[in-house]
Write a protein that binds this ligand. Structure first.
Ligand code: PLP
Length: 385
């Protein structure tokens, strides 16, 4: 019997650096409100550049929520969001009481179709909540032009876009707020965690309060320990020192991580090229730098209906896969029940949900794995047809 390889879709890259850093935090007894979060924030700010203020938070979803909450967006307001995204992008809008208005994506990049944004704007529209899909930057010139014209805020969901740039500038720095995720399978991880990024000092100042119960001063600002006031409503979405220590270590490897992902992606894309009836989501212009979260293959024509069989075949061959994302958000039961589902409005989103397969390109995947993934893909396609 031959050994079946095991290539998981994602695997966090954790080494002695992270283990030692966690140990040091535990030995220092300061588990939150410490200097590690500040260190991680400073390092992340240096990485994205552009004089951004960076605030550690408990997840990307909480960063998104805090963005809308701080902006005062709520009941009676509308926010334009892509139909094809993680539910968190839209839940954040829903949680502040605003109404998400879904826009279909295009099939080259998977990003919200910019040409359709204007048609979705109403007098109640307050913001555009866009997503850099799988690390492929949106057309920011277009989005900012529309946002400017209609005086809309722009919130960038950069959960899969650490390292993605548009015209040489890191994503998350174009709109009012950028939100990042450090969930285990993403580019870098802190277990759970996120980063709230903004170019506006005032927004950063307010959100640093909102993420910690709305308390008016941080630990280091309290002259009498335990004495503080609460001036605004807030939640607790802080990151712990343990997580931040892991994040600092992860960030030291970011260029290596991005390089390996880029190599794996281009190698896999090249090896799959020539297979009939598939297309691959990627940046559609040289001014967009993909951060290569994964390689998403869309099956077309006769292959379409065999998507789940292809996945099973790959998984049986030891190739881990995922689906980004398994349903257009408006097709998820919660949203379907609340707003109804109009298939014809979100056709491309449905194609990605129903006919795509996300293949692994993270640093745990070697170039010989890439060859194996591509060989397995060809073999499975032949078998199902
Ligand atoms: C993973 C993901 C999120 C959620 O990130 P968390 O840190 O788990 O809250 C949000 N948006 C997108 C596009 C994602 O892929």
């Amino acid at each position: 019997m031959t050994d079946i390889p095991n290539i998981p879709f994602g695997r966090p890259w954790v080494t002695d650096g992270e283990r030692t850093a966690v140990q040091q935090v535990l030995e220092g007894h300061i588990l939150t409100h410490g200097v590690k979060c500040e260190e991680f924030e400073d390092a992340f700010a240096r990485f994205v550049g552009g004089d951004a203020y960076c605030l550690t938070v408990s997840s990307c979803m909480s960063a998104l929520y805090l963005a809308y909450f701080q902006m005062g967006i709520g009941f009676g307001d509308e926010v334009i969001v892509p139909a094809q995204t993680h539910t968190a992008t839209v839940h954040a809008v829903e949680l502040v009481g605003a109404k998400p208005v879904f826009v279909d994506c295009n099939l080259q990049t998977g990003n919200m179709d910019c040409e359709r944004i204007e048609a979705a704007i109403t007098p109640d529209t307050k913001a555009i909540g866009l997503v850099h899909f799988l690390g492929i930057p949106c057309d920011m010139d277009h989005v900012l032009r529309v946002a400017d014209q209609y005086q809309l805020k722009v919130i960038e969901d950069c959960a899969l876009a650490v390292g993605a740039c548009y015209e040489g500038k890191h994503v998350g720095l174009f709109g009012d707020v950028g939100c990042f995720s450090f969930y285990p399978v993403k580019h870098i991880t802190t277990g759970e965690g996120g980063m709230f990024v903004t170019r506006h000092a005032g927004v950063a100042e307010q959100v640093s309060r909102l993420r910690a119960f709305g308390v008016d001063r941080s630990h280091s600002e309290r002259t009498v320990p335990g004495k503080y006031d609460v001036t605004v409503l807030g939640i607790n979405s802080r990151m712990s020192e343990i997580q931040a220590a892991i994040g600092c270590q992860q960030l030291t490897k970011i260029n290596q991580i991005l390089g390996l992902r880029a190599d794996n992606f281009s190698q896999l894309k090249a090896s799959l090229s020539g297979i009939r009836g598939i297309s691959i989501l990627d940046a559609d212009h040289p001014n967009k730098l993909n951060s290569h979260y994964c390689l998403s293959v869309i099956l077309h024509g006769d292959l379409k209906k065999y998507r789940d069989s292809v996945i099973r075949g790959l998984n049986e061959a030891g190739v881990g896969t995922s689906i980004y994302y398994p349903h257009p958000v408006p097709r998820l039961t919660y949203y379907k029940n609340k707003y109804g589902y109009q298939k014809e409005l979100w056709d491309n989103a449905a194609t990605i949900s129903d006919c795509s397969i996300a293949l692994p390109v993270a640093p745990h995947v070697t170039l010989s794995d890439i060859q194996y993934i591509s060989d397995s893909f060809r073999k499975v396609i032949k078998e199902v047809l």
